[in-house]
Write a protein of this length. Structure first.
Length: 269
């Protein structure tokens, strides 16, 4: 005779009281152990940089949300500075600068965010190949500046370039007609030379911008105006002597210095 099984209606056995809570506790405990292991691993592998965030300002400074390798936008750098400043896990910030300068307005926007970050924690600048003009404008607001001996820095000044290809256009028989609402509306057009009035006006703008630039730099740092007002770039080794930078050192030195500043601020508070 073949064996067969008679099945009846299925019966669901209710879980024992408290078993669901026990499983939740087990899962929570496992998560805590995993998170602890991850944090511990981070501490062990990043003990030299723990608590220090490096924000990079590399490329020509422009205003806006730009980061294409050649240009760096004020919103990109500024947002990173503010995020680091508001992060409770960050003790200090190192701004790594490798820039020939750029837009004064872009630099001023970054300075506003850098000054905000300084109210929360130390901000140290580490200069790479170059930190000149508007890049130094920003750097001067840091709590401390590190540079390599052959870093090119300073270059404090303002320049505005105009091109004039009107002679070439004339020789090529290229004519351009301009209809404008004001005499200087097309100021800077490369299709004609500038007038004396336009040159004087451009010089006025450049001079006012320069006075603001050098006045701010010499307020932030004790620098003799005569040492930088000619607009030349200065080697890092010489910049230390003029108080343009504070100390010679690379990025790792700047990180170590930032950690010490954070520890000192913590003890004094």
């Amino acid at each position: 005779m073949d064996e067969y099984t008679i099945t009846g209606p299925s019966v669901t056995v209710p879980p024992k009281p408290g078993s669901r809570v026990k499983w939740l506790l087990v899962v929570l405990f496992a998560f805590i152990v995993f998170a602890g292991a991850m944090i511990g691993g981070y501490y062990l592998t990043h003990s030299d940089t723990h608590g220090v965030t490096v924000v990079r300002m590399e490329g020509t400074i422009v205003s806006g949300d730009v980061n294409d390798g050649d240009s760096i936008g004020s919103e990109v750098v500024g947002n990173q500075l503010r995020e680091a400043a508001d992060d409770p896990m960050v003790e200090a910030i190192v701004l790594r600068v490798n820039s020939p300068g750029g837009s004064p307005a872009g630099a001023q926007e970054i300075i506003g965010d850098l000054d905000y970050a300084k109210t929360k924690k130390p901000v140290v600048v580490s200069m790479g190949d170059m930190a000149t003009s508007a890049a130094y404008y920003v750097s001067a607001h840091a709590d401390r500046i590190y540079a390599d001996p052959d870093t090119l820095t300073a270059g404090v000044g303002v320049i505005w370039k105009f091109s004039d290809i009107s002679s070439w256009m004339h020789n090529e028989g290229y004519n351009l007609s301009v209809v404008k609402s004001g005499t200087m509306k097309d100021m800077g057009s490369d299709s004609r030379p500038m007038t004396a009035e336009e040159q004087a006006y451009a010089q006025k703008i450049v001079q006012e911008s320069f006075q603001n630039f050098i006045g701010d730099v010499t307020t932030q740092r004790v620098i003799a105006r005569s040492d930088i007002d000619d607009g030349r770039v200065i080697r890092g080794a010489d910049a230390v002597k003029l108080n343009i930078v504070d100390e010679l050192g690379n990025l790792n030195d700047a990180i170590a210095g930032a950690k010490k500043m954070a520890e000192s601020r913590s003890k004094s508070s």
